[in-house]
Each structure stands twice: as C-alpha cells, then as structure tokens.
Design a protein around this ligand. Structure first.
Ligand code: EPU
Length: 350
C-alpha cells in the first residue's frame, strides 16, 4: 500500500490549518491497515487516526503516520416491524449518509443533518444536534485494535457515550482502563432506526419553524430541511470559512451556581437538565464577554454564533493552530473572570 510523505493536511481539516503529516496512508479497507501493521516500522513510529478532520485543531506538523480512514459502503443489515438496522463504512460522509437513509425511507437521523465529518468520527464525540444525539440511534461499531490488529465490536454501553464524549476521546488510563484514544480505528458503524418513527421537535429552533410555517406534524424530510436551513443561518460552511463547529462544550453547573450567575446577569441562557443540574449556553457566556466577531491573530469568533471559532487567515498569512488556541485561552480566561465558569474545548487538539 502507498504511504505518502510530507503530506499537506490543510485539505483534510475543516479549520483549514496548514500543517504536514510526516507520512500518510489511506485506509480504504481494514486489510490496508493490517498490511501496514505487518511492516517492521509500524511499532517504531506514532500514528494518528484522521476521519473528516472536522473536530480537530492541528497545532504542529504531525510526526509519524496519519491513518486517513476512507472505508466506503452503506447498506441495510436488517429490517423488521420494529425498525431498520443500517450500516456505513467509517469513511462515508456523515451528511450524505443521513440523506441516503431518508431517500431509502428510513427516518431517524434527520435532526443530525449537515454535521460535517465522517461516519467513523461521529461516535468519537457522540455528535448531537436539535434534541438527538448519536447514542440515541447507535447500535454498534466495528474497530481494529492498533496494538494487536484484532477486530472487535462495541455496543453503546461499551462506547461510554456522554455529552460530546466517548471512550475514543480518553487515554487508555481513563475510563477504568477502557480509554481507546489512539488505540483503535473505527471501520464500520451501525444505527438502529426504530419503527414507528417519532419526530423529535422539542428544540426551540424547530418549534419556531413549526410556528412560522404552520406545519405542526412535519415528516422526517421536512425536519431534515428545517435543520439544514437553521444550521446554514447560524453556522459557517467549512468549505467557505474554516471552523470546527462549536469550539466549547456547554457547561453544566449546580442550581446554586446558576442562581449566583443569574443574580449577576439575569439574561443568562440556561436549561434545567433531567439530573437536576443546569446547562448554560457557552455561546451566550462568550457573547456576553464581548467576543462575538472579534479577531486575534488570524483566528476569530464567528459573528453570528460566538461558540464557533473561525479561520481568518488567507493564502499568504495562514491561520495556525497556535493562534486558534491562543484565542481559545483568552476566551476561557474572560469567561472565568466574569462568570467563574471554566469552558472546556470540544475539538481534539493535536
Ligand atoms: N447564544 C447567544 N449568543 C451567541 C450564541 C448563542 O446568545 O453568540 C444563545 C442563543 O441565543 C441560544 C443559546 O445561546 O439561546 C444556545 O444557542 P444554540 O441554540 O445555537 O445552540 P448551542 O448551544 O450554541 C448546541 C451544540 C451544537 C448544535 C446546537 C443545536 C454544543 C457545544 N453545541 O449549540 O453543536 O448544533 O446546540 O442542537 O453542544 C457542535 O457540536 O459542533 C455543534 C454545532
């Protein structure tokens, strides 16, 4: 299999950060990986698994071998009166996969339309939007152990899903020794789409669409179209403006902490959670600190949604990962100083 050397990574990360991979191999089939693992140099150099690169900040050239996952394929595994079991290769584009399931007449993923990235990367951060998280539709995934070459399958419980979190984001020592960061390459993912289909419409932006259009019982295709329209208004298209989606997680606080913040600023956007904690809108906190539309170096805060950091560089003056992280730290400091809240970045920082 061909291993390319000194490969520019700019086209492979949605932030559009310029960096190079010392070596890069395209994994189109699990056997490509096993072939690489059989070579003597495998054990001597680090490796990094790259999906769609849409949740990634690259702060340096990447030493060792980048494994670019391009495994294709999508199929119906099983259909019954209870639902559809659908499978996709890890290299499939997430949005195209969602659109394809709807074209086939298998609803359930419509709220997750237009999320950038690949199918294989989706479980890593348990993508979520408009009231649905990947874990709500997840069945199982296949992966390969990067130490032993052994193939294995995980169900939802074994993936340890949390808010924008899974075992794939944790070092081997975390998660009671079950962390799989850097240790596994996801090859295929299966989704369970239950019948009868039930729309998820509780999110404020979707309720607004229902009120505006008067469509009170939308079908899955209608919800898909609404989600695409809402995202296009709020979020920058990575093909035009480099970004990695939401840059920080929405923090959760105790009701007492929330009351304290409300006392300081009654407008704070907050949502009570079923477990008694309160989720705060990080975008609102950042906005309240005056960051919306600001630029530091060649990194900036998107003018329509303060939770998204964007690339304001150009061909002559490219934005570096270091500039993105400098901006991120400045935002964290001002939110901490004003509200006493530590914002946690969402993307993987390399
Ligand atoms: N807000 C502001 N100013 C801003 C941004 C937001 O006041 O600059 C307020 C909004 O008015 C709203 C609240 O904050 O009242 C929440 O904003 P929004 O509904 O846009 O959602 P979000 O919390 O910013 C989360 C996810 C998104 C997901 C949307 C929809 C996280 C970190 N982000 O964003 O996910 O698409 O909800 O479900 O949970 C991603 O993870 O990359 C991502 C885009």
């Amino acid at each position: 299999m061909l291993v390319e050397k000194q490969v520019p990574l700019q086209p492979y990360n949605s932030f559009g950060i310029a960096a190079r991979a010392e070596r890069l191999a395209r994994i189109g089939h699990p056997s490509d990986l096993l072939g690489l693992m059989a070579q003597p140099e495998w054990g001597h150099s680090p490796h990094f698994v790259l999906g769609g690169g849409s949740n990634l900040v690259i702060t340096r050239d990447v030493a060792g071998l980048v494994l670019k996952v391009e495994i294709p394929g999508r199929c119906l595994v099983e259909e019954s009166g209870r639902g559809w079991l659908v499978e996709a290769g890890a290299g499939e584009n997430w949005h195209d996969f969602v659109a394809w399931t709807l074209d086939q007449g298998w609803p359930g993923l419509e709220n997750l339309a237009l999320i950038p990235g690949t199918v294989g990367a989706a479980p890593v951060q348990n993508i979520g939007a408009y009231g649905v998280e990947l874990q709500d539709r997840f069945h199982s995934l296949d992966a390969i152990d990067l130490d032993s070459g052994r193939a294995f399958t995980l169900d939802a419980a074994q993936c340890g899903f949390g808010y924008r979190d899974s075992v794939f984001k944790h070092a081997p020592s975390d998660h009671r020794g079950m962390g799989l960061a850097g240790r596994a390459l996801i090859t295929r993912v299966r989704f369970w789409l239950p019948r009868p289909w039930k729309p998820v419409l509780g999110y404020l932006d979707l309720e607004r669409k229902m009120a505006e259009t008067g469509i009170l019982a939308p079908d899955a295709r209608q919800i898909f179209d609404w989600v695409v329209a809402i995202r296009r208004v709020k979020l920058p298209d990575p093909a035009l403006i480099g970004n990695a989606g939401s840059f920080f997680k929405n923090p959760t606080v105790t009701p007492e902490q929330c009351a304290d913040i409300i006392a300081r600023d009654p407008r704070v956007v907050h949502y009570p959670m079923p477990d008694g904690t309160v989720k705060l809108a990080a975008g609102w906190l950042i906005d309240a600190c005056g960051w919306k539309g600001k630029t530091l170096g060649h990194a900036g805060v998107y003018e329509k949604q303060a939770l998204v950091l964007v690339n304001r560089g150009d061909a002559e003056h490219p934005c570096t990962g270091g500039e993105v992280m400098t901006l991120a730290r400045a935002i964290q400091t001002s939110v901490y100083e004003r509200f006493g809240i530590r914002l946690e970045p969402e993307p993987v920082v390399l």
